[in-house]
Design a binder for this molecule. Sequence first.
Ligand SMILES: Nc1ncnc2c1ncn2[C@@H]1O[C@H](COP(=O)(O)OP(=O)(O)OP(=O)(O)O)[C@@H](O)[C@H]1O
Length: 254
Amino acid sequence: MNDTPILKIENLGHAYGRYMVIQDISLEVAPGELTALIGPNGAGKTTFYNSVSGGFRPTAGKVYFDGRDITGLPAHKLVPMGLLRSFQITNIFPNLTVMENILVPLVLHYGKGYAFLGSLSREKKLHRKAEEVLDKVGILSSAHRPAAELPYGDKRLVEMAIVLAREPKLVMLDEPTAGMNPEETDRMIQLIRELAARFGTTFFLTEHDMKVVFAVASRIYVLHQGVLLAQGDQETIRSDPRVREAYLGGSVDD
Ligand SMILES: Nc1ncnc2c1ncn2[C@@H]1O[C@H](COP(=O)(O)OP(=O)(O)OP(=O)(O)O)[C@@H](O)[C@H]1O
């Protein structure tokens, strides 16, 4: 069994100018583990997310992905290694069909060196791959509809299909359900759980919606004023008085 952590973070810190926003964060994520980093507004979650997933170079610490030092590498270099970050819904091309929305990143991802070129044309193989991922997430029947026509929740499924098409080992999501209604949020939760269960994809969420966190994550880290305040399973986090205090009481419960 491979026991190399998929993600290992050592003493991570980031400052905007002189303002130290996150400090001394160390954690490890095992392959397949569903992890969330939670914290009140302004705790530094997005800064953490960007420091780890290629948004910018952190000012302190080290980030290892699958045993390799990736500290400060930009997101586009992390993608071929298998570390993806989610993108906003606006990155879906509304005038292209759902299928084309999957094909464009697939072409960019595999480029001319697409590995399993055989008797079929490269285009056919990419097409088949796109159909495969659309089927996996359950929107193959919408393949030839313009993405703009899809309801919001289905657009997020397209986004996930785009993610899956690139065969990630780790997906980092920054508030994946932001802007969604409760029904769409539930679908997203189901999708993350299903992708993890069926395809072994490791997810790391930064999130302040407790409903999402408790529905998805088995391991939770709590960030407060830029430092890790607590970590553990759901029960440990729910019952930690410091976490309740940080959330001003009550809102830790969903
Ligand atoms: N580019 C920046 N320059 C200066 N300060 C910033 C910048 N980005 C964020 N900050 C500050 O850093 C702190 C942490 O912000 P961050 O967005 O990482 O927190 P967060 O936990 O994601 O918050 P939220 O849940 O509100 O999105 C905040 O005080 C914020 O104002």
